[in-house]
Design a protein around this ligand. Structure first.
Ligand code: KG4
Ligand code: ZN
Length: 340
């Protein structure tokens, strides 16, 4: 017989992410159970320009947002009235793109008279981990590595974030993208470099590992990027055949070494043994494997989301919003977007 004293709370969140070039809407139950996660990519519209064109991005979000939302609800088997709260990325990102998502979120929240919760895009990447790991407890350190960010974030409790390290120049994903572009490949460069690296020798070229001995937890990748590009240029100028697979494998090893070294150093300094990876670069198989294989000791818990939840998506936004809501954090209709 059902125990009437046990009330199982069920909170259904609609997540919306439009910070860059992907229109995504997701439905998540209790911050952990993914009911749907629809992503409408705009990649084909930007590729010929060699990067994301902000004006095109916001227009495409306008075109895609309604249909993406309907599809997310359909896939979850729910109606809009079943939604308990709306969470949306309010920044950082492209202003016009963010405004489409935020205005859409405000309209739904207003029409349904349900809470509105603004989520930082990076916060979303952290909480992507909660969608497949159900027993993560703060405190933890999160390494967010994407096309726009490389940050180490100390999380003592939900909603309290301390950035303890960040890149001083390029983001890790940006370097993958720029090297791939130099080699003549299109965006996103990360998966392409990873594929090329599979058949290369990671000890073929000794690329630099900048800031490894700095006393802080900051990163710097632009020197590494320059030395990879100069190496290829010089070899070609000298008429030597460049073994691109070896270059990719050696570069990838250098960047993973830096990320591992700084993250584990921060973990030791703050005496924290739970590490959450997130962001597009965390989809890199070699990076995932090396963090597990090289963790300082068996007490360390290394978490990462499934690959499809490492890159931008709305499910991570719904999850982050749920945990904020549980802490009583909601926003008013004055919520604004921010770009940085
Ligand atoms: O998180 P994300 O989708 O967007 C941003 O917030 O920037 O990350 C995109 C970045 C791109 O730079 C892309 O090249 C990189 O993540 N990326 C990868 C891999 N998959 C995506 N980098 C390395 N290896 C991968 N497998
Ligand atoms: Zn992202």
């Amino acid at each position: 017989m059902e125990n009437l004293n046990t009330k199982i709370e069920e909170i259904i969140i609609l997540g919306i992410e439009t910070s860059c070039d992907e229109t995504s809407v997701a439905v998540v139950k209790n911050g952990k159970y993914l009911l749907s996660n629809i992503i409408a990519s705009q990649m084909e519209f930007h590729q010929k320009y060699g990067g994301v064109v902000p004006e095109i991005a916001s227009r495409k979000h306008m075109e895609f947002i309604m249909i993406t939302c309907k599809e997310a609800l359909n896939k979850a088997g729910l109606k809009i009235n079943d939604i308990d709260a709306i969470t949306v990325v309010s920044g950082p990102g492209l202003k016009g793109s963010l405004l489409v998502g935020l205005s859409f979120a405000k309209a739904i929240a207003f029409a349904l008279a349900k809470p509105l919760i603004g989520v930082n895009h990076i916060e979303g990447h952290i909480y992507a981990n909660f969608l497949n790991q159900h027993n993560i407890k703060a405190p933890f350190i999160s390494l967010i590595v994407s096309g726009g960010h490389t940050s180490l974030i100390l999380v003592n409790r939900v909603g309290e974030y301390e950035v303890i390290g960040r890149t001083r120049d390029d983001a890790a994903g940006e370097v993958f993208d720029k090297i791939a572009k130099y080699l003549g490949y299109h965006y996103p460069g990360g998966p392409i470099i990873e594929k090329l690296a599979e058949t290369g020798k990671s000890d073929a070229i000794d690329f630099p590992r900048p800031l490894l001995n700095s006393k802080d937890f900051d990163f710097s990748f632009s020197g590494l990027k320059t030395s990879v590009i100069y190496f290829i240029m010089k070899e070609r100028d000298n008429g030597n055949q460049v073994h691109i697979n070896d270059v990719c494998a050696s570069f990838q090893k250098a960047i993973i070494d830096i990320l591992k070294y700084k993250t584990f150093a921060a973990a030791r300094y703050y005496n924290i043994s739970t590490i959450l990876l997130g962001g597009g670069v965390a989809a890199n198989e070699k990076l995932r494997r090396e963090f597990i294989e090289n963790k300082p000791n068996e007490n360390y818990k290394i978490c990462y989301p499934p690959k499809e939840l490492c890159t931008d998506n709305a499910a991570m936004v719904a999850s982050a919003g749920y945990f904020k809501m549980k802490q009583g954090i909601t926003d008013s209709y004055n919520l604004e977007v921010f770009t940085k």
